[in-house]
Design a protein around this ligand. Structure first.
Ligand code: FO1
Length: 315
């Protein structure tokens, strides 16, 4: 692992967009990303790692700008042909995206750990930050609703995040070990940042790996989290419904509580400035700024403000 200055815990689209901003404001070769693998899933025998791929495609300028996931200009001929064979097509696997999953799956079958597959994939795509899956072990997120125990993609994509959430299960996390490099980058970080990703199903699985949580709780570097709720709603995804279903407060304080003891600074959107005292009372410093990432330039300004407030020089 190269010399690292900033380590980011990231889920899918929100995390990737924040990272794109951060990599404009700091040396991307000195950035490390710990990615969520809890929402990985097998489709047609292929290992799909949506959050890792979303980060990879976004940071290499290949992501579809509207969806935020998958490749820009993608076609779906293969999926269409599978549909004509009577196969389920609710998970949109693009023709060129399939190459990623074929390649990953072949190497996993050859015995490579996911961390090595991810590193090589990044090299082939010209990715400069170190992208580390949180673990090489099998961890899978399940969402329990009145429809039963749903694998994460079934809950989010197939059922569109509907249904009352009763429990979130991160299966395999309690015995999972951090992937090679993860504890090392955390120990050598000058700052640790939790991206504006879903704290329950994107960041939650990363922090559910016991040695990762422990390393962050005992950090020497300053740490920050950016609140993914703005005005009581996430920019995308069902976080507000998940919090409500679990009986947690649907507010920045509700999110901040999930990070108690792990972050020194909590970043609130200007629309939620009134929550600053309540978050501060949890023992965190508060930064109030614009957090909505309408463009890479907005994301860059957000990232720069976070680093400045943490006292970390960007380059
Ligand atoms: N999200 C959807 O809402 N619908 C899809 O059909 C879909 C397909 C897909 C394929 C590859 C990939 O890497 C991501 C994909 N996503 C899709 C996004 C993914 O479900 C979520 O963004 C993450 O799992 C949440 O972090």
């Amino acid at each position: 692992v190269r010399r690292t200055i900033i380590t980011v815990l990231a889920g899918g689209v929100g995390g990737a967009r924040f990272l794109r901003g951060l990599s404009r404001r700091t040396d991307p070769d000195r950035l490390a990303i710990i990615g969520n693998t809890g929402d990985d899933e097998e489709f047609f025998g292929l290992h799909v790692a949506p959050d890792l791929d979303t980060v990879l495609y976004t940071l290499t300028g290949q992501a579809d700008p509207d969806r935020g996931w998958g490749l820009a200009g993608e076609t779906f001929a293969c999926l269409g042909a599978l549909g004509r064979l009577g196969e389920p097509t609710w998970f949109q696997l693009g023709d060129r995206d399939l190459a990623t999953h074929l390649w990953r799956t072949e190497r996993l079958r050859a015995g490579w750990p996911l961390s090595r597959v991810t590193r090589d994939l990044g090299r082939h795509h010209g990715l400069r930050p170190a992208l580390l899956p949180m673990t090489d072990d099998r961890v899978r997120t399940f969402v329990h609703t009145e429809h039963g125990r749903l694998a994460f993609q079934s809950y989010l994509v197939r059922r569109r995040g509907r249904g009352r959430v009763r429990r979130i299960e991160i299966a395999g996390a309690s015995t999972a070990r951090p992937a090679p490099g993860v504890l090392d980058v955390l120990a050598r970080s000058r700052a640790i940042v939790i991206a504006p990703s879903n704290p329950l199903v994107s960041v939650g699985p990363i922090l559910a790996v016991p040695a990762i949580r422990r390393a962050i709780a005992r950090r020497r570097a300053p740490s920050a989290a950016i609140c993914p709720l703005v005005g009581g709603r996430p920019i995308r995804g069902p976080l507000h419904r998940m919090l409500r279903g679990l009986g947690l407060e649907v507010s920045p304080r509700g999110v901040a509580r999930l990070y108690a003891g792990l972050v020194d600074l909590f970043v609130l959107d200007a629309a939620d400035a009134r929550w600053a005292p309540a978050v501060h009372a949890l023992g965190m410093r508060v930064l109030v700024t614009d957090t909505v990432m309408h463009s890479p330039a907005h994301a860059g300004r957000l990232a720069a403000a976070v680093l400045r407030t943490l006292g970390v020089s960007p380059a």
